[in-house]
Design a binder for this molecule. Structure first.
Ligand SMILES: Nc1ncnc2c1ncn2[C@@H]1O[C@H](COP(=O)(O)OP(=O)(O)OP(=O)(O)O)[C@@H](O)[C@H]1O
Ligand SMILES: [Mg+2]
Length: 231
């Protein structure tokens, strides 16, 4: 059997040791290639779960990405297997020019510049921002920055994508083309969002967290919609 892309077992996260946990005893497995929506209201713990998975927060319990424990000595190997889209694109855009930023993960893997540029241009094209390749990131709109950040997460075709509100800044045609692009990826993905419409065509499983605990996990999002309608 292929090992899961992601496995969390009894994961608890506190931002300060003396504080109450913001994630409590979360267990979740995502199979290779499985597309899972992570739904939850503001403050429910979605971003925290993604950050802990990427090794950016201390946690109790077990987290494994492609069978490798998320622990300090393994973080280089873990990050090769993860494409991460942060909620705020500015948090991950490092270079002044679009093409340099989006190609960075490939260049770090010692791919030649020519090959990195060719592959990156194809991803930028698919995301509708190839015409901005030579532009300064400072001159882009929020939605354009988000597409460039996503290109940077996709260029290496990692087996696991952790996407924090990928549709938040996109216009309706942008959302549709992003959903098509993500649906075509063979990677497993965990998509944190409140945008049920966006993920309902993309994901085959809908996990809802509330107060840092998983409260629903099923094959459609209706139970989540009903739960939120009662709030
Ligand atoms: N750096 C931090 N220090 C302390 N508490 C934090 C920190 N970041 C988040 N929290 C708390 O952790 C809880 C979960 O936050 P998180 O950002 O994971 O929620 P979320 O589900 O991503 O919310 P949103 O939909 O608003 O993005 C919240 O109560 C929040 O206040
Ligand atoms: Mg969040």
């Amino acid at each position: 059997m292929t090992e899961p892309a992601l496995a969390l077992r009894n994961v608890t996260v506190r931002y300060e040791p003396a504080d109450p946990p913001v994630l409590s005893d979360v267990s979740l497995q995502v199979a290779a290639g499985e597309k899972v929506a992570l739904l939850g209201l503001n403050g429910s713990g979605k971003t925290t779960l993604l950050l802990a998975t990427a090794g950016l927060l201390p946690y109790e319990g077990t987290i494994e990405v492609c069978g490798i424990a998320v622990a300090r000595p393994n973080l280089d190997e873990i990050r090769k297997r993860i494409g991460f889209l942060f909620n705020v694109p500015e948090d991950q855009l490092l270079f002044p020019k679009v093409i340099d930023d989006a190609a960075f993960a490939l260049l770090r893997q010692r791919v030649s510049r020519a090959e990195a540029v060719t592959k990156t241009m194809a991803v930028l094209e698919a995301l509708g921002v190839a015409h901005l390749a030579e532009s300064s990131l400072h001159h882009l709109s929020h939605g354009q920055k988000q597409r460039v950040a996503l290109a940077g997460a996709l260029v290496c075709a990692p087996p696991l994508l952790l996407l924090d509100e990928p549709s938040a800044a996109l216009d309706p045609p942008g959302k549709r083309s992003l959903a098509r692009l993500l649906a075509a990826q063979s990677a497993a993905m965990l998509v944190a969002t409140h945008d049920v419409d966006f993920v309902s065509g993309l994901c085959s499983r809908f996990v809802t967290i509330d107060g840092g605990r998983i409260v629903l996990d099923g094959a459609d999002a209706e139970a989540t919609r009903e739960r939120w309608a009662r709030n």
